[in-house]
Design a protein. Sequence first.
Length: 181
Amino acid sequence: MIAWSMRYPTAVNLGACDQLQALAPQLLAANANPNDAGLRILVDTTDAGGGVVEIANMNAAPGSGGALLSGNYVLAGPVIHDANCPGSYVMGRMVNADGAPVAGITVYLRDEWGNYAYTTSKSGASDYGQFDFPIPAAAPHQLYLTIVDGNGNQISPAFAIPHKQGEAGDAPCHHVVIQGG
């Protein structure tokens, strides 16, 4: 279960995380997969007054000598759910540490059924740093938004977005601001 949850951008509760950084490479090695390079373990400490903390980032597959690195992408505020878009969308903006928009960042969206799409934050004069994904399924479900590098490796936490469920109710639009830096 733990190795699987590290390979798929799905929010899970793994209990106390003080040992997770030491255990992650061992758990992955016990159930090795050649695609494990780039896996990250992020802990959401928002309820405890913190933010998202990265405790492990495999920059190489287990057993290949890869080191653990730190990450730096966070939600700059809560996900806003409303009906202010033409249909059902996840609409977002990438900003740097100073809050300025950033173009050319690859964003990956996956739903709970495994459907996925990629886009890049825009570079146009009127939409610089913005990105959007149409949501084809009308049924209530979870969406997971992540930032990926040029090789498709996840470099951010998986930001969960409820579509037409929980706090999102019947809202077809979801707005996020992701800050890196």
